[in-house]
Design a protein around this ligand. Sequence first.
Ligand code: PMV
Length: 345
Amino acid sequence: MNQIKSKGVVPWQSPSNIAIVKYWGKHGSQLPKNPSFSLTLSAAYTRTTARFIIHQTEQKNNVSVSLDGAEQPAFIPKITQFLDRVSDDYPFLNRIELHLETHNSFPHSSGIASSASAMSALALIIADIGGRSGDLQEISRISRLGSGSASRSIFPYGSIWGVSNEVPGSSDYFGIGMEDRMHPVFKTFCDAILIVKSGEKAVSSTAGHGLMASHPFAETRYANARNRLSHLTKALETGDVATFGEICEKEALELHALMMCSDPPYILMEPKTLEMIQCVLKFRKASGIPMYFTLDAGPNLHLLYPVENRNKVSDFIQKELIQYCENGKWIDDAVGTGPNKIMQS
Ligand code: PMV
């Protein structure tokens, strides 16, 4: 029996991640239609402090959540849905009074995977209260039930979620850490996140996954992703940055192309996103710097590159890309080592 705490304060910080091979399309209980790989980030994170009491009697939605001090009733349905999904394995959740105080280091719902960091932070809290805080596989599994991509935020450096024949131990139910199968060049990779627009997305990821169920190119898409993942795992091991970059950009464009030919179709890129992509391609050709773009389900551009190019890429951003960023905002991020329990002062 795991030791369950009855009352207390549990604070966790969990990072976002950036998918290189994208998860897009799901079935059953948050199971992916194809395997995906992401790099774990460090500067883009969610910090959540939970204050909780486990009562003797059943509690009906005795949950509150605030973001930077402001109550957020709009977040509650997602949180209670998540608690419901994991309550079979963590029955104390039926008796919990839970107050969450949360902070994102980046704009909420901007296409940066806030659901990945927020849901993995919550999963870390639940596992901690339930006495399973060291069990990364279990934490990844319950993170998945909050948000698929959250299953990958638990691990240092990088993670694969979804069965891939080439990767022993991979599973549709939880992510696995790729630390031992990643060349050092990728463990210090940088990710400049250029914020084109920080508002709510017009179409949520949940709706986007849903549209894949009847998408005319769904099967081709899943085959492409599987195939790319197998090439990517080799590139990750050998430090083949060029192959990594090629896959990264194809995946970004394919993800957005899928949105544009869903029924109904929709567009999450902004004109500024495309302008930045053109600038990036031109700069790469002229400079020879191995710098590659990707996108999540939103308009913000991620630029991925090896750390030794940091100064040159920062100069390029300042000179050419900052004009496209909302209020000049970008996040100078890099691959990171995963979640942390925050020490309380
Ligand atoms: O985890 P969700 O349901 O928010 O879906 C995330 C989908 C993408 O960010 C577009 C791709 C991915 O693999 O992270």
